[in-house]
Design a protein around this ligand. Structure first.
Ligand code: SAH
Length: 216
Protein backbone atom coordinates (compact mmCIF):
# COMPACT_ATOMS: atom_id res chain seq x y z
CA UNK A 1 0.00 0.00 0.00
CA UNK A 2 1.22 3.50 -0.70
CA UNK A 3 1.18 6.37 1.77
CA UNK A 4 0.57 10.06 1.31
CA UNK A 5 2.59 13.23 1.57
CA UNK A 6 3.21 15.99 4.12
CA UNK A 7 1.14 15.70 7.30
CA UNK A 8 -0.18 12.38 6.11
CA UNK A 9 3.26 10.92 5.51
CA UNK A 10 4.80 7.75 6.85
CA UNK A 11 6.47 9.82 9.59
CA UNK A 12 3.15 11.05 10.92
CA UNK A 13 1.93 7.47 10.97
CA UNK A 14 5.09 6.36 12.78
CA UNK A 15 4.28 8.89 15.55
CA UNK A 16 0.80 7.36 15.81
CA UNK A 17 2.41 3.93 16.29
CA UNK A 18 4.64 5.31 19.05
CA UNK A 19 1.59 6.73 20.80
CA UNK A 20 -0.28 3.42 20.49
CA UNK A 21 2.69 1.70 22.18
CA UNK A 22 2.57 4.25 25.01
CA UNK A 23 -1.16 3.57 25.33
CA UNK A 24 -0.42 -0.12 25.92
CA UNK A 25 -0.83 -1.76 22.49
CA UNK A 26 1.80 -4.51 22.38
CA UNK A 27 1.00 -6.97 19.60
CA UNK A 28 3.63 -6.40 16.88
CA UNK A 29 1.25 -7.68 14.18
CA UNK A 30 -1.38 -5.14 15.18
CA UNK A 31 1.15 -2.31 15.31
CA UNK A 32 2.46 -3.34 11.86
CA UNK A 33 -1.10 -3.41 10.50
CA UNK A 34 -1.83 0.07 11.91
CA UNK A 35 1.40 1.25 10.30
CA UNK A 36 0.54 -0.30 6.94
CA UNK A 37 -2.92 1.24 6.48
CA UNK A 38 -3.01 4.94 5.50
CA UNK A 39 -5.83 6.30 7.69
CA UNK A 40 -6.05 9.64 5.86
CA UNK A 41 -7.38 8.09 2.65
CA UNK A 42 -10.56 7.05 4.51
CA UNK A 43 -11.38 10.67 5.36
CA UNK A 44 -12.49 13.62 3.32
CA UNK A 45 -9.63 15.90 2.34
CA UNK A 46 -10.43 18.68 4.85
CA UNK A 47 -10.06 16.22 7.75
CA UNK A 48 -7.03 14.31 6.51
CA UNK A 49 -4.66 16.61 8.40
CA UNK A 50 -6.15 15.21 11.64
CA UNK A 51 -6.21 11.62 10.43
CA UNK A 52 -3.43 10.41 12.76
CA UNK A 53 -4.65 12.23 15.89
CA UNK A 54 -6.05 9.93 18.53
CA UNK A 55 -9.65 10.89 18.01
CA UNK A 56 -12.78 9.67 16.26
CA UNK A 57 -13.66 11.85 13.24
CA UNK A 58 -16.87 12.35 11.23
CA UNK A 59 -17.38 10.26 8.08
CA UNK A 60 -20.84 11.58 7.16
CA UNK A 61 -24.34 10.18 7.81
CA UNK A 62 -23.88 11.06 11.51
CA UNK A 63 -21.22 8.33 11.88
CA UNK A 64 -17.55 8.38 12.88
CA UNK A 65 -14.32 6.57 12.15
CA UNK A 66 -13.16 5.04 15.44
CA UNK A 67 -10.00 6.46 17.04
CA UNK A 68 -6.68 4.73 16.26
CA UNK A 69 -6.49 3.47 19.88
CA UNK A 70 -9.97 1.95 19.70
CA UNK A 71 -9.20 0.20 16.40
CA UNK A 72 -5.83 -1.11 17.64
CA UNK A 73 -7.20 -2.20 21.02
CA UNK A 74 -10.17 -4.10 19.59
CA UNK A 75 -7.97 -5.74 16.91
CA UNK A 76 -5.47 -6.79 19.58
CA UNK A 77 -8.20 -8.33 21.73
CA UNK A 78 -9.73 -10.12 18.74
CA UNK A 79 -6.42 -11.58 17.52
CA UNK A 80 -4.84 -12.78 20.79
CA UNK A 81 -1.42 -12.63 19.17
CA UNK A 82 -2.15 -14.91 16.23
CA UNK A 83 -3.18 -14.52 12.61
CA UNK A 84 -6.87 -15.19 12.08
CA UNK A 85 -8.65 -17.05 9.33
CA UNK A 86 -12.06 -15.36 9.28
CA UNK A 87 -13.24 -12.22 11.03
CA UNK A 88 -16.62 -10.50 11.09
CA UNK A 89 -16.82 -6.76 11.66
CA UNK A 90 -20.23 -5.30 12.52
CA UNK A 91 -20.39 -1.59 11.64
CA UNK A 92 -17.94 -1.20 8.76
CA UNK A 93 -18.33 2.59 8.37
CA UNK A 94 -15.63 3.99 6.11
CA UNK A 95 -13.79 0.67 5.96
CA UNK A 96 -10.73 1.67 7.99
CA UNK A 97 -10.89 -1.05 10.62
CA UNK A 98 -11.75 -3.59 7.92
CA UNK A 99 -8.51 -2.61 6.14
CA UNK A 100 -6.54 -3.07 9.38
CA UNK A 101 -8.24 -6.43 10.02
CA UNK A 102 -7.43 -7.41 6.42
CA UNK A 103 -3.75 -7.37 7.44
CA UNK A 104 -4.47 -9.65 10.39
CA UNK A 105 -6.85 -12.20 8.88
CA UNK A 106 -7.21 -14.23 5.73
CA UNK A 107 -10.76 -13.07 5.15
CA UNK A 108 -12.79 -10.18 6.59
CA UNK A 109 -16.56 -9.87 6.30
CA UNK A 110 -17.78 -6.39 7.22
CA UNK A 111 -21.45 -5.47 7.66
CA UNK A 112 -22.67 -1.88 7.33
CA UNK A 113 -26.30 -0.68 7.29
CA UNK A 114 -25.74 2.63 5.41
CA UNK A 115 -25.42 2.06 1.65
CA UNK A 116 -23.61 5.38 1.03
CA UNK A 117 -20.82 4.36 3.42
CA UNK A 118 -20.57 0.91 1.87
CA UNK A 119 -20.04 2.40 -1.60
CA UNK A 120 -17.31 4.69 -0.34
CA UNK A 121 -15.62 1.98 1.74
CA UNK A 122 -15.55 -0.40 -1.25
CA UNK A 123 -13.94 2.29 -3.42
CA UNK A 124 -11.33 3.14 -0.82
CA UNK A 125 -10.40 -0.50 -0.26
CA UNK A 126 -10.20 -1.08 -4.01
CA UNK A 127 -7.87 1.94 -4.29
CA UNK A 128 -5.63 0.39 -1.63
CA UNK A 129 -5.71 -3.00 -3.42
CA UNK A 130 -7.24 -4.69 -0.39
CA UNK A 131 -8.88 -7.79 -1.85
CA UNK A 132 -9.74 -9.96 1.18
CA UNK A 133 -12.62 -7.85 2.56
CA UNK A 134 -16.27 -8.42 1.62
CA UNK A 135 -18.55 -5.57 2.66
CA UNK A 136 -22.26 -6.35 2.93
CA UNK A 137 -25.15 -3.90 3.21
CA UNK A 138 -27.27 -5.33 6.02
CA UNK A 139 -28.38 -5.00 9.61
CA UNK A 140 -25.57 -6.77 11.42
CA UNK A 141 -27.27 -6.98 14.82
CA UNK A 142 -27.43 -10.75 14.56
CA UNK A 143 -24.17 -11.16 12.68
CA UNK A 144 -23.84 -12.79 9.29
CA UNK A 145 -24.53 -16.48 9.42
CA UNK A 146 -23.50 -17.22 5.81
CA UNK A 147 -19.87 -16.42 6.62
CA UNK A 148 -19.73 -18.29 9.96
CA UNK A 149 -17.90 -19.67 11.84
CA UNK A 150 -15.55 -16.79 12.59
CA UNK A 151 -12.37 -16.72 14.67
CA UNK A 152 -13.47 -13.33 15.95
CA UNK A 153 -16.33 -10.86 15.76
CA UNK A 154 -15.55 -7.17 16.31
CA UNK A 155 -18.54 -4.89 16.89
CA UNK A 156 -17.96 -1.20 16.15
CA UNK A 157 -21.31 0.16 17.40
CA UNK A 158 -22.70 -0.03 20.93
CA UNK A 159 -25.18 -2.85 21.55
CA UNK A 160 -27.69 -2.97 24.41
CA UNK A 161 -26.66 -6.59 25.10
CA UNK A 162 -24.70 -9.36 23.36
CA UNK A 163 -27.08 -11.62 21.41
CA UNK A 164 -26.49 -15.39 21.78
CA UNK A 165 -26.84 -15.63 18.00
CA UNK A 166 -23.56 -13.69 17.61
CA UNK A 167 -21.69 -15.99 19.99
CA UNK A 168 -23.06 -19.00 18.08
CA UNK A 169 -21.21 -17.74 14.97
CA UNK A 170 -17.79 -17.89 16.70
CA UNK A 171 -15.54 -20.94 16.67
CA UNK A 172 -14.48 -22.41 20.05
CA UNK A 173 -11.30 -20.58 21.05
CA UNK A 174 -12.49 -17.43 19.29
CA UNK A 175 -13.58 -14.09 20.68
CA UNK A 176 -16.22 -11.41 20.45
CA UNK A 177 -15.22 -7.83 21.23
CA UNK A 178 -18.08 -5.35 21.58
CA UNK A 179 -19.11 -2.12 23.28
CA UNK A 180 -22.19 -2.78 25.40
CA UNK A 181 -24.52 -0.21 26.94
CA UNK A 182 -25.90 3.20 26.09
CA UNK A 183 -24.52 6.76 26.07
CA UNK A 184 -21.92 7.47 28.77
CA UNK A 185 -22.42 4.07 30.35
CA UNK A 186 -20.86 1.98 27.58
CA UNK A 187 -18.28 -0.69 28.47
CA UNK A 188 -15.95 -2.58 26.17
CA UNK A 189 -16.62 -6.29 26.69
CA UNK A 190 -14.90 -9.41 25.48
CA UNK A 191 -16.39 -12.89 25.34
CA UNK A 192 -14.06 -15.87 24.96
CA UNK A 193 -16.00 -18.68 23.33
CA UNK A 194 -15.14 -22.15 24.64
CA UNK A 195 -16.31 -25.72 24.20
CA UNK A 196 -17.45 -25.77 27.80
CA UNK A 197 -19.00 -22.36 28.01
CA UNK A 198 -18.13 -18.73 27.42
CA UNK A 199 -16.20 -16.34 29.60
CA UNK A 200 -17.19 -12.66 29.55
CA UNK A 201 -14.83 -9.91 30.69
CA UNK A 202 -15.67 -6.28 31.34
CA UNK A 203 -12.64 -4.31 30.11
CA UNK A 204 -12.96 -0.53 30.10
CA UNK A 205 -15.19 2.46 29.42
CA UNK A 206 -16.07 2.91 25.74
CA UNK A 207 -17.61 5.56 23.50
CA UNK A 208 -19.14 4.24 20.26
CA UNK A 209 -22.06 5.31 18.06
CA UNK A 210 -25.16 3.23 18.79
CA UNK A 211 -26.07 0.08 16.87
CA UNK A 212 -29.23 0.89 14.92
CA UNK A 213 -31.83 -1.51 13.51
CA UNK A 214 -32.56 -2.03 9.82
CA UNK A 215 -30.80 -0.79 6.72
CA UNK A 216 -30.44 3.01 6.41
N1 SAH B 1 -15.26 0.35 12.03
C1 SAH B 1 -15.66 1.64 11.52
C2 SAH B 1 -16.43 2.40 12.59
C3 SAH B 1 -17.67 2.98 12.03
S1 SAH B 1 -18.79 3.63 13.25
C4 SAH B 1 -14.46 2.42 11.03
O1 SAH B 1 -13.35 1.91 11.03
O2 SAH B 1 -14.63 3.54 10.58
C5 SAH B 1 -19.97 2.34 13.39
C6 SAH B 1 -20.74 1.98 12.15
O3 SAH B 1 -21.73 1.04 12.54
C7 SAH B 1 -21.52 3.13 11.49
O4 SAH B 1 -21.07 3.29 10.18
C8 SAH B 1 -22.98 2.65 11.53
O5 SAH B 1 -23.72 2.98 10.36
C9 SAH B 1 -22.82 1.15 11.65
N2 SAH B 1 -23.96 0.44 12.22
C10 SAH B 1 -24.78 0.83 13.23
N3 SAH B 1 -25.73 -0.10 13.46
C11 SAH B 1 -25.51 -1.12 12.58
C12 SAH B 1 -26.15 -2.38 12.30
N4 SAH B 1 -27.22 -2.78 13.00
N5 SAH B 1 -25.65 -3.14 11.33
C13 SAH B 1 -24.57 -2.76 10.60
N6 SAH B 1 -23.92 -1.59 10.81
C14 SAH B 1 -24.37 -0.78 11.78
Amino acid sequence: MTGGIGMTSQRTRARMIERLREQGIKDPMVLAAMNAVPRHVFLEEALSIRAYDDTPLPIGYGQTISSPYTVARTCELACQGRRLERVLEIGGGCGYQAAVLAQLAQKVVSIERIAGLVGRARNTLRGLRVTNVAIKIADGTLGYRDGAPYDAIVVAAAMPYIPDELLAQIRPGGRLVAPVGTGEGQRLKMVEVGMEGNVESDLEAARFVPLLPGVG
